[in-house]
Design a protein around this ligand. Structure first.
Ligand SMILES: *[C@@H]1O[C@H](CO)[C@@H](O)[C@H](O)[C@H]1NC(C)=O
Ligand SMILES: *[C@@H]1O[C@H](CO)[C@@H](O)[C@H](O)[C@H]1NC(C)=O
Ligand SMILES: *[C@@H]1O[C@H](CO)[C@@H](O)[C@H](O)[C@H]1NC(C)=O
Ligand SMILES: *[C@@H]1O[C@H](CO)[C@@H](O)[C@H](O)[C@H]1NC(C)=O
Ligand SMILES: *[C@@H]1O[C@H](CO)[C@@H](O)[C@H](O)[C@H]1NC(C)=O
Ligand SMILES: *[C@@H]1O[C@H](CO)[C@@H](O)[C@H](O)[C@H]1NC(C)=O
Length: 564
């Protein structure tokens, strides 16, 4: 089947909203000085409650219909029982023999990801090309998919990369999908394609390495496959791709801040703190580390954002002086320091901290704050930080001495590892020792060599240097494990809208669709591997149907419900 040229049309753009990290104001769960999670962009449809019509005209439930799957709490001890794991699903493009395309938005509440069921994303393009069905599965310990009622240290012992991998496998092997023959579509009977972005882009690779016979093919977008403790390289794609004048001036200011903050000139130190509206803050590493926020804004850029994002407002604030734009060398320290400070005092501090004081919002030493103590569910930051502290690191620090840094060198891994102890008291009695080596050994990191796994990356993605496209790593791109590198940002290649405006991103999508087409043409059913559990006997339960239109109850479509 040939790839549809219409995919290039811009007709989809008006109906979908891509939420690019809207300003997060402090609510006790936001903190302005904590390492950022990677994160797949949310793709929300304008009307997720509208009825869906399949290719032959049958009306299907709306994309917003939420289903519940009985997932094992502990894959090492099934006797602990199950919890409800949310998922979303459609079979609008499905024809018998087509693939089941499984995607998880990973480290966030999965509400608002309905675009990943449709051709607004790569997932739906693949389904449309291959007659597939799409699924969005909420990850354990995020949103409303929780094995335990809270996010306490005791509960989080079930939050590991291995449990997440095992969730995907158990889901595929046992789900009774709410569609015709939904209990006859396990990976031995239908080809499953695992798709992920960012952390779940890595999880796609880790799952195929760890459980090689379940998913027939995989697609990892911006997959951060290599766990890295001191991930100062996060800022490298930003430094190399941002406007030159802006990087020159940020470099000049940060070098100065570090020089003064490591001196004993109290007057000069106070002057810098006051310059940024952080005069009352106690810890200099918090003050200097807070300036990372302007660089973190890069992560919410997409090819569709153009130069209109928050990051560019920051560069404009530094580089445009009385209507004049600085040359590539920037304006130099004096103007840049004053302009960056004015920007913080006039708008930026309020943007990230709302009405909180700078110390409450950006200080990281007060362990009485609810940010550290609140263990209630649906707190993605806390759940992700557990994985950071235990298995992946990705600490976003200043570059080593001798390498140009846009980030203070006062922030080093110890700064974040102290936060691990503050957030999870008692969890690290012998000090925090993030098991990055174990993670890379178990799941192979950059050494992954797996058949039918496609990696898609972006040159401007801040996470690039943890992916197989990392600078200096030279993972080979082969027919069986291709690497598509476009000019995109984080996970750009998952977004149809990004392919519509950037030909290099579209080229990655086209290459992946071609690989998938040739791989899927070779798929054959296999005997059930020994020990594979039978599908769950009841079809997945509808939690709610949030649409206004009348739709047949899902059970009416399910053949063989109750058997299994
Ligand atoms: C995307 O899917 C919708 C159905 O959900 C279809 O109407 C539309 O034509 C598809 N877009 C393209 C570009 O194929
Ligand atoms: C139309 O598609 C639906 C959903 O895929 C399927 O259940 C039904 O059997 C199809 N009807 C015909 C007449 O092909
Ligand atoms: C998709 O289904 C149609 C109709 O059954 C069929 O003609 C086509 O070959 C299928 N495409 C693939 C890639 O299987
Ligand atoms: C200088 O900064 C402006 C404003 O941010 C930007 O538009 C321009 O591209 C920059 N020029 C160079 C040469 O870096
Ligand atoms: C301390 O810094 C202030 C303000 O930058 C400067 O005027 C003063 O000379 C410095 N003092 C010393 C001892 O370097
Ligand atoms: C620490 O946080 C608590 C709770 O928000 C607050 O009541 C207290 O004043 C804070 N202490 C300091 C020194 O800021």
């Amino acid at each position: 089947m040939k790839i549809r040229r219409q995919l290039l049309s811009a007709s989809l753009v008006p109906v979908l909203l891509i939420h690019l990290a809207a300003a997060v104001l402090p609510d006790g769960r936001f903190h302005g000085n904590i390492v950022r999670p990677p994160g797949v962009p949310r793709v929300t449809l304008a009307d997720p409650d509208a009825p869906v019509v399949s290719r032959n005209g049958t009306q299907l439930p709306p994309y917003s219909t939420t289903y519940l799957f009985d997932q094992l709490i502990d894959h090492n001890n099934p006797s602990l029982g199950t919890f409800k794991q949310r998922f979303w699903h459609t079979y609008e493009f499905y024809e018998p023999g087509g693939p089941i395309i499984l995607f998880s938005p990973g480290e966030q509440n999965a509400d608002g990801f309905s675009g990943y069921l449709t051709n607004a994303t790569f997932n739906g393009q693949l389904a449309q090309q291959q007659n597939g069905s799409t699924i969005v599965l909420e990850h354990r310990f995020y949103g409303l998919s929780n094995p335990r009622p809270d996010l306490s240290v005791d509960s989080l012992k079930f939050h590991t990369l291995q449990q997440a991998i095992d969730d995907l496998v158990y889901f595929a092997n046992t789900v009774n999908l709410p569609m015709p023959n939904g209990d006859q579509l396990t990976p031995d009977k239908a080809p499953w394609v695992l798709v992920g972005g960012s952390y779940t882009g890595a999880l796609t690779s880790w799952t195929m390495v760890n459980k090689p016979d379940v998913f027939f093919a995989g697609y990892g977008s911006s997959g951060v496959v290599e766990a890295i403790l001191d991930f100062w390289e996060y800022f490298e794609p930003i430094r190399l791709n941002m406007p030159k004048n802006c990087s020159a001036d940020v470099h000049a200011v940060i070098s100065h801040v570090d020089e003064v903050f490591t001196s004993d000139n109290a007057t000069a130190i106070q002057a810098i703190k006051d310059n940024f509206g952080m005069g009352d803050m106690t810890h200099l590493d918090d003050v200097a580390g807070a300036l990372r926020n302007n660089l973190w804004d890069w992560q919410s850029l997409q090819v569709t954002t153009g130069p209109g994002g928050q990051f560019f407002k920051f560069c404009d604030a530094l580089e445009v002086k009385s209507g004049q734009v600085a040359p590539a060398s920037g304006w130099g320290l004096d103007h840049a320091l004053a302009a960056w400070g004015a920007y913080w005092r006039s708008t930026y501090l309020a943007r990230i901290c709302g009405k909180s004081t700078a110390e409450d919002c950006l200080g990281t030493y007060n362990v009485s704050q609810s940010f550290w103590t609140d263990t209630s569910i649906d707190n993605a930051g806390r759940s992700w930080f557990w994985i950071v502290c235990n298995e992946v690191g990705y600490l976003q620090e200043g570059a080593p001495v001798g390498h140009s840094s846009l980030v203070t060198r006062l922030v080093q891994p110890d700064y974040d590892l102290r936060q691990c102890q503050q957030m999870f008291p008692g969890a690290f009695p012998n000090g925090v020792n993030v098991q990055v080596d174990r993670t890379n050994e178990l799941y192979k990191g950059w050494d992954v060599r797996i058949n039918r796994l496609f990696f898609a990356n972006g040159i401007r993605d801040p996470w690039k240097d943890a992916t197989v496209s990392a600078a200096g790593i030279n993972v080979p791109s082969t027919a069986e494990q291709p690497i598509g590198l476009g000019d995109g940002f984080h996970c750009s290649d998952l977004l149809t809208s990004a392919g519509n405006v950037d030909a290099t991103v579209r080229a990655v999508q086209v290459k992946a669709l071609a690989s998938m087409k040739s791989w899927l043409a070779t798929w054959k059913p296999t005997p059930i591997p020994r020990g594979t559990p039978a599908p769950q006997s009841e079809p997945a339960v509808i939690e709610q149907t949030v649409h206004q239109h009348e739709v047949k109850p899902i059970n009416a479509f399910v053949k063989g419900a109750g058997s299994g």
